[in-house]
Design a protein around this ligand. Structure first.
Ligand code: URA
Length: 242
């Protein structure tokens, strides 16, 4: 790959910034100063340093975002802020994208990566990757609702796979319920539609987990962090390069 691309992807800066860095003679390839942005390197074999520090190339990056309400799970949008607008330049330069979608008014765990094969695995209906949601709903959810979830709720256009509904608490005065819903699919507005099929309405929806990844309580809304080595290890179970 080109040296400037490598340096951009290592997070040194934009292409223009990287060009300047190269000109200043602070980059070496196999112990020789390299000033040309166009120089070709073998990113896995060559030793590239910046100011004496060895740079290691990461093909894939993974960010765990606590998505706030009001931003959309897309890479671009004419009207709204997207989840990419929450990231710094280094992350954006890695050309990450959200793995699946959360509605604009849903908050919580969203994985961003540039690993298309892994995203495909996580989203594949055949893989039945569990997603756990916390929902505040209007109305009192009942044991009968729980049974309907377990049997598979029939919506207008499809029948949902069996899902778990856990009633965490109900408030008779306010006529609201707090529930946890676990589904293995990811159809458009699925949780809201399942709750609506029981005659209730979702007031607030938060995703708590997706497959082996769990929302990090240390992450403020809109904040993100890289996956830890342990979290990455759990993703190797999907059988693709991570
Ligand atoms: N189900 C929904 O209805 N909305 C989401 O954002 C995610 C799951």
């Amino acid at each position: 790959m080109r040296l400037d691309k490598f340096l951009v992807e290592c997070g040194l800066g934009s292409r223009t910034e990287v060009k300047k860095i190269l000109k200043s003679g602070k980059v070496t390839v196999n112990e020789t100063i390299e000033k040309s942005a166009k120089a070709q390197i073998a990113e896995k074999e060559d030793t590239i340093t910046y100011q004496g520090q060895v740079l290691t190339y990461e093909k894939f990056v993974y960010y765990l975002l606590n998505k706030p309400k009001g931003v959309i799970s897309a890479t671009e949008d004419a009207k709204h802020k997207t989840v990419l607008d929450l990231l710094d330049d280094t992350a954006r330069q890695k050309e990450v994208f959200p793995v699946g979608r959360l509605d604009i008014d849903t908050h919580g765990l969203l994985l961003l990566t540039n690993n298309g094969a892994l995203a495909h695995e996580l989203l594949s209906p055949k893989k039945h990757v569990d997603k756990l949601y916390r929902a505040e709903v209007t109305g009192i959810m009942t044991a009968e609702d729980r049974n309907r979830f377990a049997r598979g709720i029939e919506l207008k256009d499809f029948t949902c796979q069996p899902a778990d509904l856990e009633i965490v608490e109900t408030d008779e005065n306010r006529q609201t319920s707090l529930v946890h819903i676990r589904i293995a699919e990811g159809k458009f507005h699925q949780v809201k539609r399942m709750v609506a099929a029981c005659g209730k309405e979702v007031l607030d929806l938060q995703r708590l987990s997706m497959g082996p990844l769990t929302l990090d309580n240390e992450l403020a809304l809109g904040a993100y962090r890289r996956l830890t080595a342990d979290e990455l290890e759990t993703l190797t179970a999907f059988g693709v390069e991570v």
